[in-house]
Design a protein around this ligand. Structure first.
Ligand code: ADP
Length: 161
């Protein structure tokens, strides 16, 4: 059984993340989507538990998925789950340098865990949680970029209901 983890902030989950997850479940027997609790940006919009709930609802129709969170080293969390790989999404060249360095650091921390990069559909290459948050905070329509219940959760957070 080949297991992968997909670590990230997911603040909140977007259709770009979903695209990557759908690709990953075709390759692995199980994918564990895992919310980083400690790699927090200074002030996250959604709490880790809120993010887990939004991810769980988003992925309820998909099989072979688990959702959890982790603190500490991503590679240690991967080992705990018997995962052989960490999935990361590559949107554009701008992601590359950071992701490249992180993949090499993680390999140094644990040679057994490979980082696997997947590219989303071109229509999601410009989508990021931070852009979605910013547009939503200003009352912009982000419904093309996030699942419907995430759109509602954003409106509630920003009081645009
Ligand atoms: P970070 O860990 O940098 O906060 P996120 O939580 O937003 O990143 O995302 C986790 C992973 O998903 C990262 O590898 C990121 O590059 C990738 N990702 C984010 N948005 C997209 C998207 N629109 N398309 C493909 N991959 C994405």
């Amino acid at each position: 059984m080949k297991i992968a983890i997909y670590p990230g902030s997911f603040d909140p989950i977007t259709n770009g993340h979903v695209d990557i997850i759908e690709r990953a479940v075709h390759i692995f027997d199980k994918v564990i989507v895992t919310v980083a609790r400690n790699a927090e940006k200074s002030s996250p919009l959604f709490s880790p538990d809120e993010r887990i709930a939004l991810i769980t609802e988003t992925l309820s129709g998909l099989k072979n998925i688990e959702v959890d969170s982790f603190e500490g080293l991503m590679v240690d969390h991967a080992v705990k789950h018997d995962a052989v790989a960490a999935i990361r999404g590559l949107r554009a060249l701008s992601d590359f340098e950071f992701e490249f360095k992180m993949a090499l650091m993680n390999r140094n921390l644990n040679e057994e865990i490979s980082t696997l990069f997947l590219m989303p559909h071109a229509k999601y290459t410009h989508v990021s949680s931070s852009m979605v948050r910013e547009a939503a905070s200003l009352g912009g329509n982000v419904s093309d970029y996030v699942p419907a219940h995430v759109d509602i959760a954003l409106k509630e957070k920003y009081d645009h209901v």
